[in-house]
Each structure stands twice: as structure tokens, then as C-alpha cells.
Unconditional design. Sequence first.
Length: 337
Amino acid sequence: MCTLKTIVFDHFKELSSKTNGPEFKTYDAFPPVVTTKANFDDLLVPADHPSRSYSDTFYVTSDIILRPHTSAHQTQLLRQGDMAFLVAGDCYRRDEIDASHYPIFHQMEGVKVFDPKDLSSDPAVAEKQVMDDLKASLEGVATKLFGQRNMRWIDAYFPFTHPSAELEVEYNGKWLEVLGCGKIHHKIMENVGLGDRQGWAFGIGLERLAMALFDVPDIRLFWSDDPRFLNQFQAGKITKFVPFSKYPMTSRDVSFWYDPEKFHDNDFFAIVREAAGDCVENVQKVEEFVHPKTKRCSKLFRINYRSLERTLQTEEVNVWQENVRRVLSQQPGIELR
Ligand code: FA5
Ligand code: MG
């Protein structure tokens, strides 16, 4: 992550000197504990937005959280007068379980505010100038990192930017989303005292970048202390990952009745992470239905267990599966089937 952080930091330093643009200040030591005000309110995230819920975000108290994105620092830095900056840091989310999602990951936020004299006075033209500069800057980083890999822009939605976009990179025959970005919402600019200015912002997932860059197939590998993984990489160098053989997978199903008001998929994923740890490669939702007479809701999940380091024993998988079932059965409104 450090190698990547340095590459992206350096890229933007170079960019500002080449274009005579503002110098990007860099930050990488803000504590990950932030207020809901900085993380949500200041970014115009609506009161009922799912990202605010306990099933998406880790709450410390009702108004203190572990940051789910580095955008948490955006308005504070704009208010203090930074016109171009990069913020790297660890982020925390309750999320799906698969090869590209992990509850802890790293993001880098980038923000650039334009001098009004560098933009057209026609708002529509200015908007296009901002978006073109944003996309060109990010394509520059992406091309530097990935060379000839296929990439595509797709439209996106974020409460704090408009217009918004996401960049995807082709990886293992699939599109892997690596970043979100957009023109900073004018209300945010007004709130931080920059109502006469325009700017762009982006947030890159550093593990996703690293996966595509180093050919790492599974995000869990970044947390592995297996020497077969670690010894393949050296600080500051980009080398391709040579896969070691995949060990066999063991699958176990669990199905249960639940109360849709009280229990969300992310609650299930959190229980699985907690009870069974890193040997879960992914969790698939196999079935979901509402009983036609009783109207009770049921779900069936398949937990696929596989270690990156060894063949799992049936007994240990049984213990994890039992843990999952036990913790699950203690949740309000849950009845195992
Ligand atoms: C955001 O977090 C926005 N703050 C990005 C942004 C910043 C938009 C500034 C506009 C302006 P999103 O939730 O899509 O967006 O996450 C951004 C990136 O973080 C993703 O593309 C992905 O690369 C990475 N990411 C998100 N969740 C995870 C996860 N669970 N594991 C690993 N990487 C993740
Ligand atoms: Mg996204």
C-alpha cells in the first residue's frame, strides 16, 4: 500500500509542476475515528441514506464512527484553505464478502479547487472543463499504473459530487471498480466559504489498484503473513504476483427465518467475518423467499471456506460453521431452519 501511495502522491506532485497547477498537499496520518458530521452531514449525505446505518458503518458512539471513506476529511481541509490535497488512510466498512471487498481497506482522496480565472464564465463549459481535467488526471495515474489494461468510465451517484463517475479496470475477465469521483457539489463549496469556486474530488481504493497492478486475485492476500506472498514483493517495485496453488474449497449452507426490519445481509456478513475469520473466501446468497401463508422471510446463504495457506480440515470448518449458527441464532428475530 505504501508503494502505491508513494506512486500516486508523486504522480500528482509531478502533475502540478507540469501544469503550473496548485501544489498537492499530502496527508496520511489522520486518525480513522471521525464524526458523523464530517463524514455524512458536511458531505450532504441524506439522513436516511443506507451508508449511515449500523449495518454499513462501524459506530463508536452515536456520532463518532470509523471512517468508511477518506472523504471524511474533505470539508475540514477545504475550510482550512487547502486548494489541492491528497489524503491516504485506512477505511472501515461492513460490506459484502468476496475477492474484492474487505472490512478494512485503504483509500486515497484527491481534491483540486480551480482558480476562477482558469475556467470559462459559462457554467456548463466550466463544468466540462472540471470533469475533463479530473478524468485526464485520473486516466494519467491509471495508465501509468496499468499500461494497456482496458478501462471504462461509468456514470455514478454520490451525494457530495455532481456530476459523478466511477472508473473500472478489466481484471480477470471482469470489470473491477477502482475509484469514484466527480465535481464537488456547489452546496459544499458554499458551506466551506468557496461559493465562487469549482473543484473536483476522487476516492481511489488502494487494494483494488494493487490487485489489478500486481495481479493479486484475492483481497485477503494483503492481510496474509504467508512468506510465499510477502517475499514476492519489495518496497517501491511493481512485480507481478505468481499464484501459489489454490487449496480446495469447502462449502456449507445456512438458512434462517429473519425479520427484514431488524436483520440485513451485512449483519450476516459481519457475523461470518467474526465467527469464521479470514478462511471465508466468499458468501453467496442462494435463495430468498417470503412464505406465502405466514409472510415470514427466509434466506439461504452458502459460505465458501478456503484458506490461502493450507487445506482446511473438516473439523475446523465444522467449528466455524457452528459458531456462525450459534451467533446467528442469538440475533433478534432469527430462527435457524
Ligand atoms: C467512495 O467511498 C467515495 N468517497 C469516493 C468519492 C470521493 C467519490 C470523492 C466522489 C468524490 P465508493 O464507496 O465507491 O466511493 O468507494 C470508492 C472505492 O473504494 C471503490 O471504488 C473501491 O476501490 C474501494 N472500496 C470500497 N469498499 C471497499 C471494500 N469493502 N474493500 C476494498 N475496497 C473498497
Ligand atoms: Mg463505488
